[in-house]
Structures are given as C-alpha cells and as structure tokens.
Design a protein around this ligand. Structure first.
Ligand code: ADP
Ligand code: MG
Length: 528
C-alpha cells in the first residue's frame, strides 16, 4: 500500500484557553476525496490552517507522502504541493483572473513575461480540468462560483496535488455546487488528493471516499463513506442521536392571515428590489421563500417587519398595514401581532453588549407586564427571561451574560425565544438556522412547527433549500424581486427549485449548462 498523501500525528493547538485541536491523528490516502465534518467550532479550519502553514501547531508532526515535513508558512505548504481554497476567497478584486493566478508565483521573473507563459498554462489547466474561466475578466465582475474556480486554478497553477477546500459550497447555489463536485471528481481521476471540509452531511455522502468526524477539538472517528450514513455521522458530530428529518403532520391551513398584493420596494439608490410581490399565508401554514441571497427576500422581510417602506397592499387578519409613514414602524407591527426573527441576528436581532435579559425584552419593553408606574420592572423581566432560557435551552443558562458571549446558535435561540413567546399571529423568520449547529437546528425547527400547529401563519425565508423543503407547507421561489412560481414540496425537488432560483421557470424545455450558468452569474452579479 502506498504512503498516505498526508498524515498528521498528535497535532494540538490552543488559542488562549480554547483547545481548538487536541491530539489529532488523521491519514489521507492519495487519489481520494477525504471529508472532514464537524459542527461550528469543532476545529476543522484550525487543523487545515496548520497543514497549510497558516498556524503553527503547539505539538505534533506532519508527514507528506511518507516524509516528515515542517510547514512553517504557506510557501512551505505550496512547495510541498498543498493548495487551499479558503472559506473567504483571498483574490484581489480589481485584478484580472490571470493576474490573480500569477500573483505571488512570479519567481522573480518580470510580471509581463510570466503573464504570457501563465496564459498558456492557464488555458491548458482550464481544458484539462473543465475549469473554464475568462483569463481577462476582473474578479469583481465574476460571481462567487467563478471566483472559487479561480482559487482552484490558482492552486493547480502552483502544481498542488493535494487540494484543501474549506466549506466550499456555503456560497453556491445547488447547481453550482453540483458543478464543483464534478470538478473535484475530475481532479480525483487525475490522481489529485482532495480534503473537503463541510458541515453538510449530504455533501459528505455524495462525494467523499472517507470521512473524518471532529467534535470539540477532537477527531472522534474516521470511516469509509460507503460504510456509514447521515444518522451515524450526525451522532458522531453532536455526541447524541439527532432527528435529521423535521417531524410534522400535514398542515391544517385556516383563514388568510397575511395577504400581499403588488408589493414594491425601492432601495436608497433607486433600484427596485421588490417588483410587485403577491402572496398569501394562512393560519396553520408555513410558506417558505426559496432563492439565492440578494433577490429581494431580505427586503420582503424588512418591509413586512416595519424596517423599510414600500408600496402596494398588505393586510394582516384583514386589516391593512401602513407601508409608509410613522405607523409603518416595527413597534406598530408588533402591536398588530407580527413577530420577526431577522436574518441578521447580530445587527438587527440583538444588542450585542446588552445582557440576555435585556435582549429578551428588546422591542417589548413598553409591555404592561414589565412596567411598574414609570419604571421598568427589571425583576419581572429577569424572571421571565429565566423561564424562556430554560424553555429554549439557551446555554449557558445565565440571563446576566452579554449577548456577544453566547455562541451563534444560542444567540439565535434568544431571538427565537423572544419572538415566539409573544404568541404572534404571524411570524416572519429569516435564515433561522444560519451558522447554527445541527443539534440546535433540530430544536429551532421543532419550535417553528409547533407554532404552526398552534394555528399561526409563518413566512420563512432561507437560502438553505434543505430547510425550505423540509419545513415548508408551500414554497414560493424568488428571483430578481419577483415570485417565479409556487410549488408544493411533494411536487418538486431541488433541481426544479434550483432552476427557478436561477430565473428559469420552464423546466420542461431543457436548458443548456451555459444558459443556467449565465443566469447564475447574473444572480450573483446582483449580490455584489
Ligand atoms: P471550525 O472550522 O470547525 O468551525 P475552527 O477551527 O474555526 O472551527 O475553531 C475552533 C475553535 O478555535 C473555536 O472555538 C474558535 O473560536 C477557536 N479559534 C479559531 N481560530 C481562532 C483564533 N485565531 N483565535 C482565537 N480562537 C480561535
Ligand atoms: Mg471553519
């Protein structure tokens, strides 16, 4: 048997009191796709940053193709044939593709001469690995899928035969992710070794040969993908059994709670972000809005939540809402029975320097229950918060912690506790589980379904198609400020929804890859 492409032994790394990697051992065989999975903060990025020379381990050894290798910096990693595609791309935005690829690899030659050679080599690489990209395009004009391609080409240009990708699909649409996987399979056929970091079980099952699981800084298991399944992996990640599927009964939709007709929003720079939206949400129903980020979903939640103005007609329980003027604000909306879990919990959902109990009162402090004469009844507020913290399993269960000291998942639980416990008629909820671990995702999903079963209307916005498909009773797809169409979850799939998200409605006609890519680039162009 050949030597592992990479072997790590006894790797440990601390940041102050945080033990990010504890005595990690892993062997990655050449010519394989090796997945590393784990919840947020498990230590995946730290481990790979050590391998790429971005951090130095406190202890431990690295072997590359059987040889002990010191990797003090990224140049050493590149010399050892390792390339890395980071979670946040490191491309120079106003340079061209070609310039970015050559940057840092000129080897002292004049940039102009190396550019000529680079163009030829780049063309060859693009052809060999089906990584088509325009060498003269500026990075700022490319969508994220294309930028990722440039990062991969950059690594290949440096002759990497071991490629590390850190959460590469987080920013991609389903069809872009598919394309990336086909590229990775091609690289594997050419004998490259690939390490894929992800927290998505489906991706691990689809593309990897072997998977290693990390939990709280430790490597808890390495198994052959063919010999495991999502349930087992989830349990290894979280340390307990997790329900991966949302358990819910069929919806019992009642009266129309939210009625939207021809809703329009123009942003500060005069661009129309909502171009005539019409929708209904009934009591006891979850309407999911699918779409690539930046197609108007945020503006829809914001105008309904009273955070920006618009035109058109919106009725809640038959009463028309003001869309402009002093009564088009968040407070008036809350008084009308509308709760809002905003997409950006750190900026809009919480005040990060305030205590948990203050955040639980946020927006509702005028409530008579919390007021004694002219003063707020802080003791009543804190008692109320303690009850909510217990019910929503917020950890640590300490109402004196400031919001910024909770993990992302627990911050989200604080916002959800506040909004759901108001017993609203209509819940607006954006990206409820963004950055949240799978254990907490299960819990948040159960709370949303429970609210639905209590007869409330729920408008859910999420860029995670899995989440839309498993929670929604009805799905509307948004593209470019419009609703492309509505589907029942039982009558559609990721493929069809993915095409609608790219602005293509007529899925029967059959579209070439280039057409879809063109639309996707258009979508991403709008995201900026
Ligand atoms: P993952 O990639 O699995 O989400 P990370 O490797 O990014 O996890 O983080 C592991 C732990 O180390 C987390 O608790 C994180 O907060 C901490 N950590 C990571 N990088 C740093 C750093 N540069 N300084 C301090 N703490 C860090
Ligand atoms: Mg990470």
């Amino acid at each position: 048997m050949s030597d592992p492409a990479i072997e790590l032994r006894g790797i440990s790394k601390s940041f102050g009191a945080v033990k990010a990697n504890k005595d990690i051992a892993i062997r990655v065989m050449p010519g394989t796709i090796h997945g590393i999975i784990g919840e947020n903060g498990a230590g995946k990025s730290t481990l790979m940053s050590i391998l790429y020379g971005f951090y130095r381990a406190d202890r431990g050894e690295i072997f590359i193709r059987g040889e002990r290798t010191d990797i003090p910096d990224s140049q050493a990693a590149i010399r050892a044939g390792i390339g890395m595609v980071f979670q946040h791309f490191k491309l120079v935005q106003n340079f061209t593709v070609l310039e970015n690829i050559v940057l840092g690899a000129e080897e002292g030659a004049l940039l102009t001469t190396s550019l000529g050679k680079a163009r030829t080599l780049l063309k060859q690489l693009s052809e060999d690995y089906e990584l088509q990209v325009d060498p003269d395009a500026r990075i700022e004009d490319l969508g994220v899928g294309m930028q990722q391609r440039v990062e991969i080409l950059k690594a290949l240009y440096r002759q990497a035969d071991i490629l590390i990708l850190d959460e590469p699909t987080g920013v991609l649409t389903p069809s872009e992710a598919d394309h990336l996987f086909r590229i990775l399979e091609g690289l594997k056929r050419e004998g490259k070794t690939i390490i894929l970091i992800t927290h998505k079980l489906r991706e691990i099952m689809e593309i990897t040969d072997t998977v290693s699981v990390m939990r709280r800084g430790e490597m808890t298991a390495t198994v052959k993908t063919a010999e495991t399944g999502p349930e087992e992996l989830a349990e290894l990640m979280v340390g307990r059994k997790v329900l991966l599927r949302v358990e819910k009964k069929a919806a019992q939709p009642g009266a129309r709670v939210l009625e939207i007709e021809d809703l329009r929003v123009v942003d500060g720079s005069g661009v129309e972000r909502l171009r005539g939206i019409s929708l209904d949400v009934r009591a006891g129903e979850i309407l999911g809005i699918a779409g690539v980020a930046g197609n108007g979903q945020s503006e829809l939640l914001e105008v309904l939540g009273g955070m920006r103005s618009g035109t058109g007609r919106v009725r809640v329980n038959g009463d028309e809402l003001d869309l402009v003027g002093p009564r088009a604000d968040a407070r008036t909306r809350r008084a009308r029975g509308i709760a809002h879990v905003p997409e950006d919990r750190q900026h809009e959902g919480l005040i990060m320097d305030f205590h948990a109990w203050e955040n639980v009162a946020f927006g509702y402090h005028a409530d008579p229950a919390y007021n004694r004469g002219l003063l707020m009844d802080n003791d009543a507020l804190r008692r109320d918060t303690e009850r909510k913290i217990a019910k929503f399993d917020v950890r640590p269960a300490d109402c004196w912690q400031t919001a910024k000291n909770f993990s992302g998942g627990n911050q989200q639980k604080i916002v959800i506790a506040r909004e759901l416990e108001r017993d609203p008629d209509l819940l607006l909820v954006g990206q409820p589980t963004r950055g949240v671990d799978i254990g907490a995702i299960e819990f948040i999903h159960q709370q949303i379904v429970a609210l639905r079963d209590a007869g409330k209307a729920i408008l859910l916005v999420s860029v995670e198609l899995d989440e839309i498909l498993s929670l929604s009773d009805r799905i509307a797809v948004m593209f470019d400020g419009r609703i492309m169409g509505e589907r029942l979850p039982s009558q559609t799939d990721e493929r069809e929804l993915g095409l609608m998200m790219a602005g293509i409605t007529d899925t029967d006609r059959g579209h070439t890859h280039a057409e879809v890519e063109g639309n996707l680039a258009h979508v991403h162009g709008k995201v900026g």
